[in-house]
Structures are given as structure tokens and as C-alpha cells.
Design a protein around this ligand. Structure first.
Ligand code: G3P
Ligand code: CA
Length: 310
């Protein structure tokens, strides 16, 4: 066991003995829905994540030519849809299909396609692509019918690029959130972005008071000044590899008042140093003391967190 890991373990044990619960309020964030089981960013993936006990469900966002926010991870459509089959002539010179070259009606004529081998069968084309509003309606509808209060966790991955293309991405995003009641610091939403510029723009130019999460690659984590991040964000979303390398990242973030939600835990892709993803999740949640994590398999993280409470 490294010195860093020993210090973190000792600190966690002491906190537990003092009565602080290392297990409280740890959240399961369904990464692109229950994407380990069914096509990412589909209503099926979101509903499955909800049923598996996720606390928050993630939506990565893109935008159509007619200014509608849609749920998709990549900057372009070809990995996760059948766009190349339906619109073979609409690719750009680089061979890629950009959502802002399509109307919502055209996007709705596509079908989701699984891109990860050994997951949902690639040949099955059961699901449409989803708008951000549809994702919210589904989650809020399920909140009504179940009495739970599951949140949303949208990512503005390519906001700057859409704005440069002349689309009102940020204002539309905030308008949609406001229309569905997501306003102020206690709203059941975390807004995540890798760009500190976009997050600061939301705070300063748009006067957004929603909870913000600064996503970080491993390189960004190493260079991060947590106090500086805490001036505009409520938490960090680091690559989990950065915490594996230096678990004191979590304490540094906590000392600055930041939540820590690393990405991405997968039952079918974890480091060989772990027996399985359960063991990896347990270490991160209860020894490194993260506040929650992104996972493609929300049922597994739910089970690990609930078992830790007992
Ligand atoms: O948003 C957290 C995590 O999802 C970042 O990675 O590429 O899956 O969006 P990515
Ligand atoms: Ca994401």
C-alpha cells in the first residue's frame, strides 16, 4: 500500500470513528444512461438507469440545424446512429456527419446503433435519438410516478463549437432547464464541462447559479488549483485514472469544498489490478472517499453503495 493510500485510508477511518459517514450522499451517475446494457442516450437507456437506482442520469448534448438540443456524446453522428445509411450524401469532406447539418425531423428519422462490442446487439435498430427535453420529460415523469427525485447531469462538451457555428447553444440550454424548473443552486442538476471558459461564461455572462462540475482529464487534474476551481464550480469530474495515480486528489478537492465525481466505471472494462469493477468501485467510494461516480452499469454501483451503508 502506498504512503498516499495509507494516509487516505487512515483519514477515512478516523472520520468514520468520529461519526462522519463516508457513505452518505454518494451518488450513482448513469453515464449516457445504463449504456452498458442498451444503446447510449436513448429513452430505453435512461429508463433502465432510472429503474436500476441511479441518482442522476447523464445527457451529453449536441444541437440540430433548427436549434434543438439532442442527446449524443460525439461531435458527429456516425458512431451511434445509422446516419451513413439513411443520408449517405450528407457527409462533409472529412467523411463525418454533423448534427447541425440536419433538422430535428431528419435526426428523428435515424436509429441508434450500438458501438461497443459485446453489449446490445449492433444489428438491432429499436431506438430513436432523443431530444434533451424528452430526456427531462422522461425523468421528471418517472419522478412523478415513483415519488423519487432523480436528477439530470448534462454535459456541454462541444458548446463552444456549436456557438461558433452560429447556434445559440448556451442560451437554449439554460432556457430548457428553466422551463423544466431547474433554477438556482439547489436544483437537481449538475452541469458539467471540460472547458473552464464555458463554465465561467455560464456564471458570469449568463448569471447561472446552477451547480457546476469542472470535468478534468488526468493532465488537468495534475495542474489543477482546486481553490481556483472552487471559485466557480461545486465539484470536479476527474478521469478516475488520476485518482488511481494520486488518491490525495480527493482530499485536496474536498478541502476546497468541491465534490468529486470521477468517470467512468465499467463492469466490462476495468484495470487488471482489480478483481472486478465492484472492487474498484469499493476502493474509490469508501477508501478514496469520492462523492459518486459515472458508470455505464448503474445497478452495480447502486449495489456497492447500498452494501457499504450496512
Ligand atoms: O462527463 C463525464 C464523462 O462522461 C466524460 O467523458 O467522454 O464519456 O463524456 P465522456
Ligand atoms: Ca459525458
Amino acid at each position: 500500500m502506498s504512503v498516499n493510500l495509507r494516509v487516505v485510508t487512515l483519514f477515512t477511518v478516523v472520520l468514520c470513528l468520529l461519526g462522519f459517514s463516508a457513505f452518505s450522499e454518494k451518488i450513482v451517475i448513469a453515464h449516457r444512461g445504463a449504456s452498458g446494457y442498451v444503446n447510449e442516450h436513448t429513452l430505453a437507456a435512461y429508463a433502465m438507469a432510472y429503474g436500476m437506482g441511479a441518482d442522476y442520469i447523464e445527457q451529453d448534448l449536441g444541437m440540430t440545424r433548427d436549434g434543438v438540443l439532442i442527446c449524443m456524446h460525439d461531435r458527429t453522428l456516425e458512431r451511434t446512429s445509422n446516419v451513413a445509411e439513411v443520408f449517405p450524401d450528407r457527409k462533409r469532406e472529412n467523411g463525418k456527419y454533423y448534427p447541425e447539418d440536419f433538422t430535428l425531423a431528419e435526426i428523428k428519422s435515424l436509429r441508434a446503433v450500438e458501438s461497443v462490442p459485446m453489449r446490445f446487439p449492433r444489428a438491432l435498430r429499436l431506438f430513436q435519438m432523443v431530444t434533451f427535453e424528452e430526456a427531462i420529460q422522461l425523468i421528471q415523469g418517472l419522478n412523478t410516478s415513483t415519488g423519487r427525485d432523480v436528477g439530470i447531469y448534462p454535459e456541454l462538451k462541444d458548446a463552444g463549437s456549436y456557438e461558433k457555428a452560429g447556434l445559440p447553444f448556451l442560451q437554449t440550454f439554460l432556457d430548457v432547464l428553466s422551463r423544466y424548473g431547474y433554477e438556482g443552486p439547489d436544483a437537481k442538476v449538475y452541469v458539467q464541462c471540460f472547458s473552464s471558459g464555458i463554465l465561467k461564461q455560464l456564471r458570469e455572462e449568463y448569471q447561472c447559479t446552477l451547480p457546476l462540475i469542472q470535468l478534468m482529464s488526468s493532465d488537468m487534474v495534475e495542474k489543477a488549483d482546486m481553490k481556483e476551481v472552487a471559485a466557480y464550480a461545486q465539484g470536479i469530474g476527474p478521469d478516475k485514472k488520476a485518482i488511481d495515480k494520486d488518491p490525495t486528489v480527493v482530499a485536496r478537492a474536498h478541502e476546497a469544498g468541491l465534490k468529486v465525481h470521477p468517470y467512468t466505471f465499467r463492469a466490462d472494462a476495468y484495470s487488471s489490478k482489480y478483481k472486478n469493477v465492484n472492487e474498484e468501485m469499493e476502493l474509490f467510494l469508501f477508501t478514496y472517499d469520492i462523492d459518486g461516480g459515472f458508470t455505464d452499469h448503474p445497478d452495480v454501483m447502486r449495489q456497492v453503495i447500498d452494501a457499504g451503508k450496512k
